[in-house]
Design a protein around this ligand. Sequence first.
Ligand SMILES: [Zn+2]
Length: 302
Amino acid sequence: MSKITVTILGTTAAVPTRTRAHAAIYIDHSSDKEFCCLFDCGEGTQRQILFAGLNLMKLDNIFITHWHGDHCLGLPGVVDTMGFENRKRQLNVFAPESQRVKKCLGFSYSIGKINVKTHDVQAKGKKITELFENDRLRIVSIPVKHSRAAVAYALFEKDKTGIDLGKAMKLGLPEKGEIYRQLKEEGSIAFGSKIITLEEISSIEKGKRIVYSGDTEICENLRKLASNADLLIQDCTYFEEEGAYKHAALPEILKMVKECKVARVVLTHISRKYQSVNALKKLIKKYPNVEIAEDLMELVVE
Ligand SMILES: [Zn+2]
């Protein structure tokens, strides 16, 4: 059984506060193997990783949504520390305007010492782009609407197919045995006078969908990516003004969440003008699936 732990390392908008650091999200997908990645890497990310008790060295893939300082200035520091820790494995950095990865890492002492591979992410058009895949999950992006080239990212777990013993036994199959290995390998078997297919006795466990908006206005592409998400981590810089400075605001987020059947939404990238979490909580008290992000908040999806 897999478990996804999402730690929101920083939750402020452009300017940090005493309680809110800049944007970064650490995702740990554990099943038989562990996969860890970072969405955004704002200033101070490596220190927030320490405070959260997470491990920087487990990160092989970092996904930057856009090149505003509050989303990327932590990158040289993360790479520096990886170098000091003698990292040998390749580090992949995905970003739109990917020529900026090299520029940004120009400040890193460890550049040249560690192997960083840059991947350009499409920031125009309407398509979902596949960026990374392993046997359990995919990471994808879609262009969004901000004041510079920007994308939203999502981690989609693959659906899992298993044997539904209830269905199998109704067809007269035994509780266990060689027959199931044969069925998985061959797709069907002769059983008595019948042919039984794997499909007939399968159950599908839907993979979880985790979406991170990055900075954006509410737009069609974001709606597409966020549809049926189990968890949406959403830019909510403002709670009243819609469309201000190409960010999202609460009323339109609530509308999208309902229309796109998002199970759970966590509002982040919160302007420093909102100092009281309790005041924000009052604004969402009628919506049990909506939460206000706080630094080092851990969200478990399983
Ligand atoms: Zn921005």
